[in-house]
Design a protein around this ligand. Structure first.
Ligand code: KG4
Ligand code: ZN
Length: 362
């Protein structure tokens, strides 16, 4: 079964064709993130305008890459079995671009359409087994149920238990800022560009290579001692602001201190995410633990999970998508649709910016 996935929940315009939820036939992502780097964050209306411009080109490219031997659009479309689209959560203007385009295509092409929850969709990047390109180093191991999934993105931090496809139980999440948001906002305080996650991570690595001797006080680890699976990241922002102001007043905020602060920020976020998830693994004893969402691209976070699971000899298989599939793209939207194949009438699909991870998209 070949499904065309369409994803426009934030600042990406993405389309993919995935076969049987496992094999990527194409993966096209256009992003307006460079535009937002200049303003330090996403301007929703500008993101949606860019998506309107790119949407049709991205879909056409995804189809021609998926079916390189087929000469025209008509024959490529005839090879598709269904369309899947992110219905929420996300920015309303951005979601509408993907949702309305997909509805129109479903109606004209006479293909079933499957709405997908973007957050639950992220988890399915772990179900992809094959890609045409060697930059995706995909481990050859399938996740097993029951599984525990941590979804860490720019707008959400959620821990869920999944008994099967479509059967999600929410265990906890952030009370305020998401983990990705914490990276983005603290990066901005350090004068680093958007998105903050990759730059903070790169700064922290630079420091490791330089073996800096600068010591700084640790940032807080809120809620670490509480017996729940919730997080809070807004206090980190305040603590970083205070430290940055102090250094600026003394004219001491140089490159090395920025790297030191970046490393401390990364450590504070990674430690609380790992600690609480490990506790949940011990409590619920899932067969697999799945990391996903844009923040799952973080090298330190991936390493910490791997080493904690190994050191504590936890009987759980650890899964994390290749870095290129962690951040927003349409492959996991198409994969999620294969495993949760409930088409709806095209007229009934609605963009829902506030959808929670356990709600069904429709
Ligand atoms: O899942 P995603 O692409 O979009 C949303 O659904 O929000 O996640 C984007 C988030 C941003 O906050 C970005 O800073 C973060 O993922 N991110 C990272 C890394 N790469 C992207 N955070 C930490 N380390 C990274 N390497
Ligand atoms: Zn996302």
């Amino acid at each position: 079964m070949k499904i065309l996935g369409i994803e426009t929940s934030c600042d990406e315009t993405a389309a993919s064709v995935v076969e049987d939820g496992r094999k990527i036939l194409s993966n096209v992502v256009a992003t307006s993130s460079k535009m937002h780097a200049m303003t330090g964050g996403i301007i929703p209306e500008q993101a949606a305008r860019q998506q309107l411009k790119s949407m049709v080109h991205v879909i056409k490219q995804a189809l021609s890459e998926a079916f390189p031997k087929l000469p025209n659009l008509k024959s490529q479309i005839s090879n598709l079995d269904a369309i899947s689209v992110t219905a929420g959560p996300g920015l309303i203007g951005s979601l509408l671009v993907g949702v309305e385009t997909s509805k129109t295509l479903s109606h004209i092409w006479q293909k079933p359409i499957i709405p997908i929850n973007h957050l639950a969709g992220h988890i399915y990047a772990n179900f992809i087994r094959k890609a045409p390109n060697s930059k995706f180093q995909i481990p050859n191991k399938d996740p097993s149920f029951p599984l525990l999934a941590l979804v860490v993105s720019g707008g959400h931090t959620d821990l869920v238990l999944m008994k099967d496809h479509g059967k999600l139980k929410w265990l906890g999440g952030t009370r305020d800022d998401a983990a990705g948001e914490a990276f983005d906002k603290t990066a901005r305080l350090l004068g680093l560009p958007y998105p903050g996650g990759p730059v903070i991570s790169a700064q922290a690595e630079k420091l490791q290579n330089q073996k800096s001797r600068i010591k700084m006080s640790k940032f807080p680890r809120p809620m670490l001692d509480e017996e729940n699976f919730d997080w809070s990241f807004s206090g980190l922002k305040t603590a970083v602001l205070r430290e940055v102001d102090k250094l600026k007043n003394k004219e001491e905020l140089d490159d090395e201190k920025v790297s030191r602060l970046a490393a401390e920020i990364q450590e504070a976020i990674v430690e609380v995410l790992v600690e609480k998830s490990i506790r949940a693994i011990k409590k619920y004893k899932p067969k697999s633990f799945l990391l996903s969402g844009g923040v799952a691209a973080n090298k330190r976070l991936r390493e910490m999970f791997r080493s904690r699971i190994k050191d504590e000899k936890l009987q759980v298989s650890f899964h994390v998508p290749p870095v290129a599939l962690c951040t927003d793209n349409a492959t996991y939207i198409a994969a999620a649709a294969y495993y949760n194949n409930s088409p709806v009438e095209w007229k009934d699909i609605k963009a829902n910016p506030g959808l929670s991870i356990v709600e069904k998209a429709q």
